[in-house]
Design a protein around this ligand. Structure first.
Ligand SMILES: *Cc1c(COP(=O)(O)O)cnc(C)c1O
Length: 363
């Protein structure tokens, strides 16, 4: 890490790659020869048009997106999509299936219930305090649903899908906010993938959406125009002033992903980082993790000592060790280390060293 920076384990907004931050700093007064920063320029300018088009192209390249999909950048982050998805996609039967595997999928289901005839809970791990992902056998899907919604990586609980749910002809929609571009994904298996960009790609406020073109239909009449997928697709995400800086950041971060070997290489690095932490957790008994082993997230690792006072003490010691944001989400307690794409391996190694010292001092 550069001088003065610390290992930031925040779940979001979260750590961004240093080479990207340096580039932003360099371009902040004069972006691409325009004589102004991206913060100041018209979204109708040639310079910005190039930026958004390159961002779109980079997303397609990095994620290997098939030609029959459209990339959109929409306002409001992932939570706005919790409403936009039923408003756009829930127009045939008015019924959708939600698999509730954690906090955000529950919020998505509640939001959808405002607009749909029925937002079914077609599977849930709530009774097990969301310590695993519902299996295919545990799902009770409606073959006439307009779509099935899943949350791919459960940021708060630290679980992730290791299988793609089989939904027959029903379109599969996935919230990938906290795992987007952490590893290759077969986009063709999904009707729509979306993500709030503040975990792996950019600052907060923007949703990246990857939508199969046959889903770009007429939304419900009450759908706000700025979240009308079809109209936004026709205007290249610029029905109104887009989140220019966030889109510029997506462009730079996806440049960085390309330069560092794409998603195969990213996956390798992420697996390596996660293994350092999980191998340590498995090697001792002081720290515990309640997540089912088969469903462990590669991005968000949750653990606890089993003693609230010790958890507090562990978190209180973070700053002195050059860490921040290790406190677990209030719904779960304990600790959480979010080890997104930009977290260097050295940060995870340093964390494990601290954990081990702490364990030995308190056993
Ligand atoms: C962070 C997060 C959200 C919320 O994103 P906003 O952009 O703040 O609305 C939704 N889903 C998941 C999986 C998240 O990690």
């Amino acid at each position: 890490m550069l001088d003065g920076r610390i290992y930031n384990f925040s779940a979001g907004p979260s750590i961004l790659p240093e080479p990207v931050l340096l580039k932003v700093q360099k371009e902040l007064l004069n972006c691409n020869g325009s004589g102004m920063s991206v913060l100041e320029m018209s979204h109708r300018s040639k310079v910005f048009d190039d930026i958004i088009n390159q961002a779109v192209q980079n997303v397609k390249d990095v994620m290997n997106v098939p030609d029959n999909y459209t990339i959109l950048f929409l306002h409001g982050g992932a939570s706005a999509m919790f409403a936009a998805i039923p408003l756009n996609l829930g127009t045939k039967s008015g019924v959708a299936d939600y698999i509730v595997s954690g906090n955000f999928s529950g919020l998505a289901q509640k939001e959808a219930a405002k607009y749909l005839k029925e937002a079914r809970i077609a599977g849930s791990s709530k009774d097990d305090n969301f310590n695993h992902i519902p299996t295919q056998e545990e799902l009770n899907l409606d073959p006439n649903a307009d779509y099935v919604h899943v949350c791919w990586n459960n940021t708060i609980f630290g679980t992730t899908y290791k299988y793609i749910p089989e939904t027959g002809n029903v379109p599969l929609v996935a919230d990938m906010s906290s795992s987007i571009m952490s590893e290759p994904v077969d986009v063709s298996k999904f009707a729509m993938i979306y993500a709030g960009v503040q975990k792996n790609l950019a600052p907060a406020g923007l949703a990246l959406c990857i939508i199969r073109n046959d889903l770009l239909g007429e939304p419900m009449g009450i759908c706000p125009k700025i979240w009308d997928f079809k109209k936004e697709a026709e205007k290249n995400s610029m029905l109104n002033t887009p989140a220019c800086f966030q889109i510029y950041m997506v462009k730079l971060v996806t440049d960085w992903i390309k330069e560092t070997g794409g998603l195969e290489a990213m996956k390798k690095r992420n697996e390596e980082k996660a293994a350092i932490l999980y191998d340590y957790l498995d090697s001792q008994t002081f720290f515990k993790t309640s997540v089912r082993k088969s469903d462990r997230s590669m991005m968000n690792v949750t653990f606890r000592t089993g003693n609230d006072e010790l958890d507090k003490e562990f978190v209180a010691g973070q700053a002195a060790h050059g860490f921040s944001n290790l406190k677990g989400h209030r719904l779960v307690g304990g600790m959480r280390a979010s080890i997104y794409n930009a977290m260097p391996k050295e940060g995870v190694e340093a964390l494990v060293k601290y954990m081990d010292e702490f364990a030995k001092a308190h056993q």
